[in-house]
Design a protein around this ligand. Structure first.
Ligand SMILES: [Zn+2]
Length: 607
């Protein structure tokens, strides 16, 4: 079959919420001129932005094929591949797909809403990946109410927010515009001359005008960062924030013209509340993070993702840059666009430093290795992850901070310049970023070889020299012992933190969740999964543990009685002095003029 014909005729999709109570979509795909040898169909095994093989095909409940002659055989060839018997077209394959995952990565359907990523529901006819696509999005039975559609798929025949026919240039585009259906609240704002919509599903009382106002500032700031000039035009014609508000939940996934966000309804702004609460700040940080991805990963991509191979793992050592730099700018944008003061931004940085310091895995795994092994480690956290894995988000954002401050202190350039250079060389023309490109570009901008920085902090496991770098910017990094597991930083009174450390994390039911390598619990043999029942012959209670950790031990070990499975054991634990693993940053009240000027430039607080 000549490929020009193959790519000219659109692949036609149709999706209908068949049985919302059973969480079943019916999804069909029609190929007008199927492969005469037997048309094959493939489903992605993962979704870009979330680096784990998720096997979406496991939710395909049934698959049937129909040709002109009637029903024909369709056989599974692999976990993610089906082949229809040779036939004359048009050939239609109809699948029933189970959709009941509330996350932003797959699909969901019940009597109140439907949501899907194309990668979880749309079969791709093999050999027709580049063909244009049309998709009919059908409403559920009217008994389920007046649902609407929120998506950035371009409409062919559909009113705004309406059911109807949409299109995509090819399969890659088809699966990069998730679709939300249901009854949702909407708001619209303009940034960079482009229409930005917000659609919030779920029960909430969000102050939508406030949200639109705050997101306008954030979005315009990101647009201007990449263009290098104020009030620049956006590189997209339209953008959509799809938000699902629930009681408890958190997550986001980036797409080329939209993002799907899952948040707690408490994280949305309340009407009449002027102050940005910690919860709302978290939501703004998440929205800012996903919007930054519009450039950094959706258009500036690692070479390894150009194009994506959706059948298997795609390895890159650069996720620290694509997720870490994005994590650095998500909060930095909030202070730079004037939504929060510098001191509040520094609290967020302190909390990230605390997270990394409390992860012994940072001394074992580099952020480059963490990027490479995301597929088997980062997305598969277990009881040993703290000891073996470092987050390419958290440490990656500190690498970005250190790189920004290093470039700035060397004079002339900043990470902003690096992002603009990446956009110009790789993003705008759509050329993948080679594995060594960021190091080379950073050295170019610095005017000197930064190989040593990358060897130590990106490919090596050394702690970043943040105290020294921040001091040059009029910011003082303090370290102290934690007052408890929920303590994320900030100044506390002397004596508020306990003196001793157990070196283990214990849940409220006294089940040990993590044992930190080399710490007191680990040395004595206490393990994750053990359930502590008594300490020093007294019943284990949170108050008892707190008071024992606070007391001078004078060399006397703790006798910890715990069940491992159904066997009672006793562990003699020699406590350590509590580690200084809680960071907080303060503005230097009396900085040198150079430090003050650098700080204002970095945080945008000049004037
Ligand atoms: Zn991200």
């Amino acid at each position: 079959m000549p490929s020009s014909t193959a790519t000219a005729v659109p692949t036609q999709y149709h999706i209908v919420p068949l049985d919302p109570h059973a969480h079943l979509y019916e999804v069909s795909v029609t190929v007008v001129d199927p492969d005469p040898e037997g048309q094959r169909f493939r489903l992605p095994t993962w979704i870009p932005g979330s680096y784990l093989i998720r096997e979406f095909a496991r939710h395909f409940v049934s698959v049937l094929a129909e040709a002109e002659s009637g029903e024909i055989t369709i056989t599974k060839e692999a976990k993610d591949v089906w082949r229809a018997a040779p036939c004359f077209g048009p050939l239609t394959v109809v699948a029933h797909v189970y959709a009941y995952d509330l996350s932003v990565r797959t699909a969901y359907l019940d009597g109140t809403r439907g949501y899907f990523n194309g990668s979880a529901v749309f079969l791709c006819p093999v050999g027709r990946e580049d063909a244009p696509c049309t998709v009919e999005i059908a409403p559920p039975d009217p008994a389920f109410g007046e649902w609407r559609v929120a998506t950035t798929l371009p409409a062919v025949v559909a009113a705004p927010y309406g059911f109807g026919r949409y299109r995509a240039e090819n399969y890659d585009e088809l699966i990069d515009h998730p679709v939300e259906t249901g009854t949702f609240a909407t708001a619209t704002f303009m940034a960079g001359g482009a229409q930005h919509d917000i659609a919030i599903t779920g029960q909430h009382e969000a102050d939508l005008p406030r949200l639109a106002q705050d997101l306008t500032r954030i979005c315009q700031w990101h647009i201007d960062l990449f263009s290098g000039a104020p009030n620049s035009p956006a590189p997209i014609a339209r953008y959509l924030f799809q938000v699902m508000a629930v009681g408890e939940g958190y997550g986001g996934l980036e797409h080329r013209a939209s993002t799907s966000l899952l948040c707690s309804r408490d994280e949305l702004p309340m009407p009449g509340v002027e102050k940005i609460s910690d919860e709302y700040l978290r939501f703004l940080g998440l929205a800012s993070h996903e919007y930054f991805h519009t450039w950094n990963i959706k258009r500036i991509k690692p070479e390894a993702f150009s194009p994506y191979d959706l059948t298997r793992e795609n390895y890159t050592r650069q996720l620290w840059a694509f997720e870490g730099i994005t994590s650095y700018y998500d909060d930095l944008a909030l202070v730079r666009c004037g939504l929060i003061p510098a001191a509040r931004y520094l609290e967020l940085v302190g909390s990230t430093i605390t997270t990394v310091l409390r992860t012994p895995g940072r001394l074992t795994q580099s952020v480059a290795e963490s990027s490479f092994d995301a597929w088997i480690k980062y997305y598969r956290h277990d009881e040993n992850s703290s000891n073996a894995v470092v987050s390419y988000y958290a440490k990656g954002s500190l690498v970005a901070l250190a790189m920004d401050l290093t470039l700035r202190s060397l004079g002339g350039a900043s990470l902003d310049d690096l992002m603009r250079a990446l956009w110009t060389r790789h993003g705008h023309p759509g050329i993948g970023v080679p594995e060594d490109a960021i190091e080379k570009m950073a050295s170019e901008l610095a005017g000197q070889d930064l190989g040593d920085f990358f060897t130590r902090y990106v490919f090596g496991t050394e702690d970043l020299p943040l105290a020294r770098l921040l001091a040059e910017f009029g910011v003082i990094l303090h370290l102290r012992a934690a007052t408890g597991p929920k303590d994320r930083g900030g100044k506390v009174a002397n004596g508020e933190a306990p003196r001793n450390s157990l070196g283990a994390r214990v849940a409220s039911d006294f089940k040990v969740t993590h044992v930190l390598r080399g710490g007191p619990a680990s040395r004595a043999g206490l393990s994750a999964g053990d359930t502590i029942v008594a300490i020093d012959d007294l019943k284990a209670t949170p108050e008892l543990l707190a008071s024992l950790l606070d007391r001078p031990r004078c060399g006397k070990p703790l006798a910890v009685h715990a069940f491992r499975r159904d066997e009672l054991r006793t562990f003699r634990i020699e406590l350590d002095t509590a580690p200084l693993d809680t960071a907080y940053l303060l503005l230097d009240a009396d900085p040198t003029p150079t430090a003050k000027s650098r700080r204002d430039e970095w945080l945008g607080t000049r004037g």
